[in-house]
Design a protein around this ligand. Structure first.
Ligand SMILES: [Mg+2]
Length: 254
């Protein structure tokens, strides 16, 4: 598939924007708690939210609580890869909590793996090994053993230096499709930017809806139609989009 940084001239004001956070809007850090939100990014997101008639959502593997700590303001957001979401100020967490036995087993196994961090989200369990890459194989063993306790109910999601145990059937693609069925998203053209393998279901979903899929990074196998090399260049493009829409003609200049 041909990939380019030049986006086609279309009515940008009629877009609905879906943005992954880590590695897409923000540069990756050694742990999720260490990321830095650049000055002016909150203002930019607020401005874009207005320009798109409210149709802007953050779509992350982070929990909604974690998203709010970085981007306060009760924004529309999809958390935990689609297992929880907030739309128009209303929060939805349709999945039941984790069985205590499963959590205790994972925590006990993690204690034997120095440098590995267990993040307990409301609907997913994330094992982070960015600080201890040598533990990757052992982390896979722990995660696969956990899923094996009930394979119909649980699934694994691989990210950058993280493996997550999630409810089966959850994904960013289905979350974006859900948003696109309701106001203010319905009738708009979905645009989704992401960087990771967990974003591929989102790319596939917006491609099916004749939207725009944007990969941030250098994956050779992405389904995304367009590409930016790093979060900084995506932020720069968003800034330009905001300025173009400010002009009122709804067309971003190349
Ligand atoms: Mg990401």
């Amino acid at each position: 598939m041909m990939q380019t940084e030049i986006l086609p001239p279309v009515d940008h004001a009629a877009w609905a924007l879906f943005l992954d956070i880590d590695g897409t809007l923000l540069d990756l850090a050694s742990t999720p708690g260490d990321v830095v939100v650049p000055k002016d990014l909150l203002t930019l997101l607020d401005a874009l939210t207005r320009r798109f008639g409210g149709a802007l959502a953050l779509v992350s593997g982070r929990s909604l609580d974690s998203i709010d700590s970085l981007f306060p303001g009760n924004r529309d957001a999809v958390g935990c890869h689609g297992a929880e979401w907030r739309l128009g100020g209303q929060t939805f967490i349709p999945q039941p909590p984790w069985p205590d036995g499963l959590l205790a087993g994972i925590e006990a196994a993690r204690r034997r793996l120095p440098g590995v961090m267990l993040e307990r989200k409301s609907v997913s369990l994330a094992l982070h090994f960015r600080a201890a890459p040598e533990q990757e194989a052992a982390v896979w063993d722990v995660a696969e053993a956990a899923v094996a306790t009930d394979p119909r109910r649980f699934d694994l999601l691989e990210g950058k230096s993280v493996i997550e145990i999630i409810p089966a059937g959850v994904g960013k693609g289905s979350a974006i499709e859900r948003f696109m069925q309701v106001r203010p998203y319905a009738g708009r053209r979905p645009v989704f930017a992401g960087d990771d393998v967990t974003d591929e279901s989102g790319f596939a979903a917006v491609n099916r809806m004749y939207g725009l899929s944007i990969h941030v990074g250098n994956s050779p196998t992405t389904k995304a139609q367009f590409r930016f090399p790093d979060p900084e260049s995506l932020r720069h493009w968003l800034d330009g989009l905001n300025i173009a829409l400010q002009g009122g003609n709804g067309h971003a200049q190349p």
